[in-house]
Structures are given as C-alpha cells and as structure tokens.
Design a protein around this ligand. Structure first.
Ligand SMILES: CC(C)(COP(=O)(O)OP(=O)(O)OC[C@H]1O[C@@H](n2cnc3c(N)ncnc32)[C@H](O)[C@@H]1OP(=O)(O)O)[C@@H](O)C(=O)NCCC(=O)NCCS
Length: 191
C-alpha cells in the first residue's frame, strides 16, 4: 500500500514517557499560551528549531536539522509550523507531509510539551490538509506506534481510522498501526 512503507519509519513516534507526562498531568487547554501562535508554511530556516523539538519529542530518534531540511525540500514534501505572531523565530509545533498523487503521508507532527492540549496540532493538521488537498491529495496515511497513547487519541479525535497493522515495526517490537483519513469527507477513504 502506498504510504505504509514508512512515513514515520525514521522514528517510532514519541513513547508515552515523552508525550504524555505534561499533557496528561495538566489536563485541559491552555489557550493563553497558544493564543499567540500563527500557523504558517515551514521553510528551511525553520529546520533548526524543528530539529530542537524533535530531540525532545522523539528522544534518541529525533531528526537533525539537515534531515528536517531534506524533509522540507524533498519531492512532494511540505511543512507547516506554529510560529510566533511577532518576528521572534521560536516555534511551538510542526507538521511535515509528503504527497504523491492522491495520497499524502503524514511524516511527522509534534508540539512542544509546554503547549500541548491547546489545539495546536489540530490547527497544524487543518492547514496541512488544506495544502495537500490543493495538490490533489484525497487521503492521508500515517503510522503510529501502538503504545503512543497521546498520538492515537489525537488521531482518533481527528477522524483517522485504523486500516492495517505492521507487527514489530518499531524498536522493542512495538507494532505500528496504519491510519487513514479521507480528505474529501473527513472519513475513512474506503467509506
Ligand atoms: C500528538 C500531539 C502532536 C498532539 O498535539 P496537541 O497540540 O497536544 O494536540 P491538540 O491540542 O490539538 O489535541 C486535540 C485533541 O487530541 C486529543 N489528545 C491530544 N493529546 C492527547 C493526550 N495526551 N491524551 C489524550 N488525548 C489527547 C484530545 O482529544 C484533544 O482534544 P482536547 O484537548 O479537547 O481533549 C502531541 O502530543 C505531541 O507532540 N506528541 C509527541 C510527538 C508525537 O508523538 N507525534 C506523533 C507521532 S505518530
């Protein structure tokens, strides 16, 4: 299946220890923190800041700035970041997509731990989906580690459905779940 060969193969997605503590403990939203964030297309100038977030969100498996730059500039690749409203260079989140034909692979998404559960990832996805839809994408595929509870909850909330499982795909023999979202209807493409 196109796209299932490894959108997230370079990293298994954050382990629960990386993604859950702050957001789980804090619970609800923190709109005051998130309010100043603007979603905009990523450029190679964002690569270093994205790589910094990668090291925190994907410990031991985060992409380097060079890898991120490659991901932002390679064939079919595009990214979006949640940046500051003003001229400051900081970013709080990012998403990177790869679109070939009518399928877009969600390569990576992450939000700074201190700004999670404020709706940033949802806003990033909305911008990315608008962008890849314009390029002809009709569905989005991704892989997520079965034990990444935060990401699975997030994707379920966004309407993704499980269509396949790749046994022992990640380190420590964790399975990958292949998820799909149809862009036209917001439901599984096969529905
Ligand atoms: C997954 C991730 C990107 C979500 O980012 P976020 O900005 O916190 O997500 P949002 O605030 O847009 O969340 C939207 C909804 O998703 C669900 N959700 C998000 N994080 C959740 C969590 N930790 N636990 C349970 N549900 C969660 C909730 O339904 C949430 O709505 P609510 O806050 O009103 O309950 C973030 O947790 C992250 O960066 N994780 C580490 C990196 C990672 O694992 N990336 C995915 C690799 S496959």
């Amino acid at each position: 299946m196109a796209g299932s060969a490894g959108p997230l193969r370079h990293g298994r997605g954050a382990r629960p220890g990386a993604a859950l503590p702050a957001s789980s403990r804090r619970g609800g939203r923190c709109a005051g923190v998130e309010a100043g964030r603007v979603i905009r297309p990523a450029t190679v100038d964002d690569a270093a800041a994205i790589a910094d977030l990668e090291q925190v969100l994907f410990p031991g498996e985060g992409w380097s700035a060079v890898q991120v730059a490659d991901e932002l500039t390679g064939y079919g690749r595009r990214g979006w970041v949640a940046g500051d409203a003003g001229p400051l260079p900081g970013i709080a989140g990012y998403v990177i997509m790869r679109t070939v034909g009518d399928v877009s692979d969600l390569q990576r998404i992450g939000v700074a731990v201190t700004e999670q559960r404020a709706g940033l990832a949802s806003r990033l996805l909305a911008a990315a989906f608008d962008g890849v839809r314009e390029e002809g994408a009709e569905r989005v595929l991704l892989e997520v580690a079965e034990d990444n509870a935060a990401a699975r909850a997030f994707y379920a909330r966004e309407g993704f459905v499980e269509i396949d499982r790749r046994p022992k795909y990640y380190r420590q023999s964790v399975d990958a779940l292949v998820l799909e979202l149809g862009l036209a209807t917001g439901t599984a493409a096969g529905d």
